[in-house]
Write a protein that binds this ligand. Sequence first.
Ligand code: ZN
Length: 439
Amino acid sequence: MMLACVSLWLVNVTQAADIKGVRLWRAPDNTRLVFDLSGPIDHKIFQLENPDRLVIDIKQAKLKSAFSELTLSNTPINKVRHGKRNGRDLRVVLDLKTAVRPRSFVLKPNETYGDRLVIDLYDRNVKPVIKSVPQVAITSSGRVGRDIIIAVDAGHGGDDPGAIGYRGVREKDVVLQIARRLHQFFSREPGFKSFLIREGDYYVGLRQRTVIARQRRADLFVSIHADAFKNRRANGASVFALSQRGATSETARWLASRENSSDLIGGVGNVSLSDKDATLAGVLLDLSMTATLTSSLEAGGQVLRNMGQISRLHKRHVEQAGFMVLKSPDIPSILVEAGFITNPIDGQKLATRAHQERVARAVFNGLKKYFYQVPPANTYVAQLKQRGPVAGPTRYVIKRGDTLSEIASRHNVSVSSLRARNNLKADRIRVGQILQIPN
Ligand SMILES: [Zn+2]
């Protein structure tokens, strides 16, 4: 009886929590609020209209921090108010400029932060914007080839600082600097184009990072990180591609979801899985995943070789792991660990602009080398490699990223003549399919 009473009391005590601080990040399509807590909490959220408000109720909580320091400009939040409910619960009200799609969840303590309550406010009516269509460059022979597109992903961001290194250097800051520099190198390189998955200090979900890369038709995805390890002596750079096990389980996931998704394999507009039976979809996916993994390992090898010229290497080969961001079945993807931020020597170097630039250049040179060896068809780089005009083919094999209208314009024929010649009823084409080009 005594024991029961004591434990009940303890439970009640542990349930009362203080809000010690509030942090806010604005991303291009959402706003994230993070409440730092003294312990676990119970909470619920709901929306009210006219005017739009989001109510956050937290059981047995006290506010020990002010909302006044939050920068609300450029967010859907007008004002933050709070009050007591039932004498012991905390109610926080966000007065909104516009309705949002809210989501909330709690996070358990990690090495950096204690218990947290995360409120995500997704902007409404914002369709993902495809900011860049493949750009074209005109060669001296007057023929047109598209740019090779690189998705540059700086790991972590916002409330996820990544590893905390030597003298408090944060991984999310270091990798954003490296990513920006890498993006610059590609922007200046003829035949290439790149974009940043995250452009500032905010978090993008791991799955979302691969979605953005696909929406923007990336030819390759590269994620930049800086390792942490308990052993401070661990040092050196690493390059990762997806593990075979990760590839297999991801293929299964795509297959399982193919009926209720419009996901496409082989670049936007190529192969739809939803209209294939399970066996065929499975074969197509396996083919795509295997080819992608081979390309990732080759690209990773080139990057590793270049990293070896500016840094010690942690391993002499491209490692393989089941990292979520590497799981695109159709986009070769690598993850570069620029060094161990927890190692005093690596960490100090990684914090300098000079070394950040060296890392970016090594990744850039490695990827450029890779693409000059195996350029995707119909790119400026592929044309440079061919040197000079080639007799117009009468047969054409569909590559990833191709669309019927692009193929038609490249061969100076109309889409309708292309369709008629190949008995195509719709504009749907698939990778590997052979088209006859009419004269
Ligand atoms: Zn990381």
